[in-house]
Design a protein around this ligand. Sequence first.
Ligand SMILES: Nc1nc2c(c(=O)[nH]1)N[C@H]1C(S)=C(S)[C@@H](COP(=O)(O)O)O[C@H]1N2
Ligand SMILES: [Mo]
Length: 558
Amino acid sequence: MKWSRIGIGALVGLAITAPLTVLFFLGNRFAGLPLVPFDLFEWLTRNLPGRLVIGGIDAMVAVLTSLGFSVRATAKAAEQTLAVVLFLLAGTGAGMLWFVLAPRLPSRAARLGAGLLLGGLLGGVFGWLSLAAGQSATTGAILGLAWVIGLFLGWGVLLAWVETKLFPPALAAGTNARTEAADRPVVEPLDRRTFLIILGAASATITLVGAAASTAAARGAGQAAAASSTAVPTLQPGLAAAPAVTVSLPARPDAIAPAPGTRPEYTPLADHYRIDINLLPPQISGATWELPITGLVDKPLTLTLNDFYAQRWGEPMNLLITLACISNEIGGDLIGTTQWTGIPLRRVLEEAGIQQGAAYLQIASADGFYETVPLDMIRADERIMLTYLWDGQPLTTEHGYPLRIYIPNRYGMKQPKWITSIAVTDTDKAGYWVERGWDATAAMQATSVIDTVAVDDIIGAGAERRIPIGGIAHAGDRGIAKVEVQVDGGEWQEAQLRTPLSGLTWVLWRYDWPFAAGAHTFAVRCTDGKGALQVMEASMPYPSGATGVHTVQRQIEA
Ligand SMILES: Nc1nc2c(c(=O)[nH]1)N[C@H]1C(S)=C(S)[C@@H](COP(=O)(O)O)O[C@H]1N2
Ligand SMILES: [Mo]
């Protein structure tokens, strides 16, 4: 069997890029060194045209959904896998190119030198990208850069060396080559197939052992961080203890009971969806984090987390809030409800003193995310707040530690996490996702969802039997006035509404449907607190949030 140079190049590229990938993971797990495959992926998603990235996200969500996975639970893992696969593919491609181009270099030494050069170049560029645009490294820049360059130098030389082993440069008629050949013992040309098998086996062994070690380390770390791997260390030198805030849900003695199988009204923190542009969330030290408030202000401020803990602006606000992602599909799980604790932004701005002509806040985050908020909106709405606790605890790393903003009635894309600077300006500037084509306002659409058709919890008996149907309805801060259920295209029937946790949360609804055996289609729609019926026409999340009627089909046994 004759192997082509391209095919062998692809195999070799993959065989040496796989252990490289694992080394990056190990370095990151054990020493906080840059995780180049992730950082490159993040750099790509931030710099490719927005439409392409959105198409990619849509495709991923579609694949996950069609495979029956929860988007909330698997999206990050899928992205991370994609990042690794792309890195391996790039390595495979590099191997192919190398094997095709190498014959242009006459001598073994030239090829090894070129491999070294290539490795150094890639290491330099990727190391710089990783440190400039990535989130993965927690070590110093010099060490990180040295690690990346070192690994890529090794990769480049290995690639070149393997190529010269498999295809020894023909001894040209040149004098140099002849002298070189004369100086060295004649070796048997290596059996290509044997060599490739050895290379593949070595690569697979290193990759598997490394991956196992890395996974074990991650598990250990997860266990050390107790219940949630996303919790931040609460005791940090120089940082006061976070204030104790309890989560208090309002007593609603008259509220109707949810239909069995309805999602929890208050989302357990571990189940709250997470969406952001990072494969790994930014790690910020609460003790050293500072938030500068600059621009058109009388007195520029530098806030610290202790300022929030010590109630520099008085009592914080505790609000029960439903947050949703604009990418959430009808009936999707990128929506959750928890208690947010923060300081009204306008209190902080009063201290800084807004100057004449100022009209916007430009907010920037540690991950390169940014968004602009009109000052008029902040002045008019006390609920717009700088949030530092969720569910009574400091924000977890994934949900924006140490500080994020809350803006009522807006999808999550307008609400930066991991805030690192606020500038008061007179100029508007499109936010991160607005710049990429999403709705500039991103006001929450009214949406209603069927969570359950509780066939196992039938109430009543005989002809009086009823099946509880239930779910949520949500319309930002507009509230929900009415929810209606339709069975098999019949009349819309009004459901009962459970008193919501607050005016900012979803409403749980319930409809006890007169039992009828057979195959049925259930549909739901809602009317918001201002009297507007939800948009019933189906539309995709892009660009303004999904609309349409949620329906489920059930076979009801007699
Ligand atoms: N810094 C930063 N903030 C961000 C994002 C981001 O990528 N980076 N994503 C936004 C989006 S699209 C959503 S839906 C919410 C999600 O917040 P959560 O992950 O805490 O649920 O965060 C928002 N804030
Ligand atoms: Mo989002």
